[in-house]
Design a protein around this ligand. Structure first.
Ligand code: NAD
Length: 519
């Protein structure tokens, strides 16, 4: 079987049904501006989760190929860092235009490989596109500071310089947005980049890289290596990589954080979540129900910002019938089908794990309000579908509560007071996001002051912040100190250099060995 070039894959990705199942396309790496076929012995199937068809195959990149990618990023760095920031910005202007005009192609690829609905896939691309738009203003974002005359005839200024070669390691759930959280900021700051897409759905990252080069990104500035643990460990250990952006599970994230930090690298590691909604009895009923259903079951619960637990002050019973009614109306099918609300989950193993956690909740005393485990989807009987599931009377000692389920499962809990609800949320190990639904400003203010979470929603089901703010995370949901995009994102991909200059025309005052001060 001969490897095919990425250009042909990219055409095929708009019509994956044309790939004969017996001969899936093999994805190349991107090294030094060329899509290079891999010599890997082992390949991983990229599987359409609605049909089980093999869409393509990704290589377990060899050590030599990995080294070649790093070398090309290293080689491209000196010229790229001295390219004017306005030139770098113009490439981002062009990239945002190309992403817009390729939106449908990107969305179709995401739906095919990841499973989410086409509309949701467009949202995935759009939320990444906004980061590219933000990077178009890098000249202002990266500006330094200046204080004149800190001492007689002496000025101090600071500049933010790129780090060198940086790397990004991506999860499966946002195949376009997460790569776009990473490389546009990194490269527009003047770094070069090595991206490792999720092996489960690498197609969108490949299309984005192709567009970035069409936009004018010079050869070697963006590279792609595929694979799993070995290539990730190579990234952690490599002496030339200065910083790693990671998004994914806690197991991988903490491993990468500690292994890379031991090599002196900066790491920003966004990890798992168990996001809570706290619902007060005075909340707007219709808006709250719609938010819980949308954020509980959207993308089949495979969003790190999904609302997976609702804590009702006063108990969930008055809300349950209406929640079930709205959840039952959702259409479960392949993301490609019109009007689908919920697509499949990513793998058979993910489905089994979700079903196991639902059962463990039931076994430990949770009450089933809606059970989506036995859903059968006509035309897609082989898909990894789980229907919306609601468990009530959940308590904080249950496994289904302590584990991130990452499926369309909403847990209902009870608290007597707002204080107790906040306490429940704060005792959970994760701290990605939390929302309150209330018409009381006093309660909302108490909530946002006392809650331990990165993203806080007030009558909003935890929003992903726009790129001029930062996406953050508290407790086990984040490791590192500089968050993704916003001011912190630029700080992550740059280091400060502080320059003190003296241009004096006064006569020499002789040698003084005392500590210089500005007194
Ligand atoms: P994952 O951790 O399985 O995979 C993420 C990346 O790490 C992949 O590229 C994978 O190849 C690599 N990887 C996995 N295991 C590894 C190991 N043992 N050693 C080295 N590398 C390894 O995550 P996923 O299942 O793709 O994504 C889902 C997770 O991502 C969820 O936990 C979700 O909450 C989280 N997530 C978090 C955010 C956030 O911003 N906090 C956003 C999206 C997703």
């Amino acid at each position: 079987r001969s490897p095919v070039s990425f250009a042909s894959i990219s055409r095929l990705s708009t019509a994956s049904d044309k790939i004969p199942a017996s001969q899936p396309a093999r994805l190349p790496n991107l090294i030094g501006g060329d899509f290079v076929d891999s010599n890997a012995k082992d390949w991983i199937d990229v599987i359409n989760p609605a049909t089980q068809e093999v869409v393509s195959q990704v290589p377990l990149t060899t050590k030599d190929e990995f080294k070649a990618a790093i070398e090309s990023a290293k080689k491209a760095f000196p010229q790229w860092r001295s390219t004017p920031v306005t030139t770098r910005q113009r490439i981002m202007f062009k990239l945002q235009e190309l992403i817009r005009s390729n939106m449908d192609k990107l969305a179709l690829n995401i739906t095919t490989e990841q499973g989410k609905t086409l509309k949701d896939a467009q949202g995935d691309v759009f939320r990444g596109l906004e980061v590219v738009e933000h990077a178009c203003g890098m000249a202002s974002l990266q500006m330094g500071e200046y204080v004149a005359n800190v001492a007689n005839g002496i000025d101090t200024y600071s500049i933010r310089e790129p780090l060198g070669v940086c790397a990004g390691i991506c999860p499966f759930n946002f195949p376009a947005m997460i790569p776009l959280w990473m490389f546009p900021i990194a490269v527009t700051c003047g770094n070069t980049f090595v991206l490792k897409p999720s092996e489960k759905d690498p197609g969108a990252a490949m299309i984005l890289a192709e567009l970035a080069m069409e936009a004018g990104l010079p050869k070697g500035v963006l590279n792609i290596v595929h694979g799993t643990n070995d290539v990730v460990n190579n990234i952690c250990d490599d002496e030339d990589i200065k910083a790693i952006s990671f998004v994914g599970s806690n197991t991988a994230g903490m491993h990468i954080y500690s292994r890379a930090a031991a090599k002196g690298k900066r790491v920003q590691s966004n990890m798992g979540a168990k996001n809570h909604a706290v619902v007060l009895p005075d909340a707007n009923v219709d808006a709250t129900l719609n938010s819980l259903v949308a954020a509980g079951f959207g993308a089949a619960g495979q969003r790190c910002m999904a609302l997976s637990t609702a804590v009702f002050v006063g108990g969930s019973e008055p809300w349950e019938d209406e929640l079930v009614k709205r959840a039952r109306k959702l259409k479960i099918s392949a993301g490609i089908e019109p009007d689908t609300d919920l697509g499949p989950v990513i793998t058979k193993q993910a489905k089994d794990r979700i079903c196991r956690l639902i059962q463990s909740g039931i076994d430990s005393g949770a009450r089933v309000v809606l059970d989506g485990r036995d859903v059968v989807v006509p035309k897609y009987e082989n898909g990894n579908f789980v229907g919306p599931t609601i468990l009530a009377d959940v308590s904080s000692d249950m496994e289904c509560y302590n584990e991130e389920i990452f499926g369309p499962v909403l847990l209902l809990m009870k608290a007597e007071t707002l204080e107790e609800a906040i306490d429940i949320v704060n005792r959970n190990k994760y701290g990605n996001g939390a929302s309150i639904f209330t018409t009381s400003g006093v309660s909302a203010r108490k909530f946002h002051t006392d809650i331990e979470a990165g993203q806080v929603g007030i009558n909003v089901p935890i929003p992903v912040p726009l790129p001029f703010f930062s996406f953050t995370g508290a407790k086990a949901s984040f490791a590192g100190d500089l968050n993704f995009y916003g001011k912190a994102g630029v700080q992550f991909f740059t280091q400060i250099k502080t320059i003190t200059q003296q241009w004096k025309d006064s006569p020499s005052q002789g040698v003084s060995l005392a500590m210089p001060t500005s007194q």
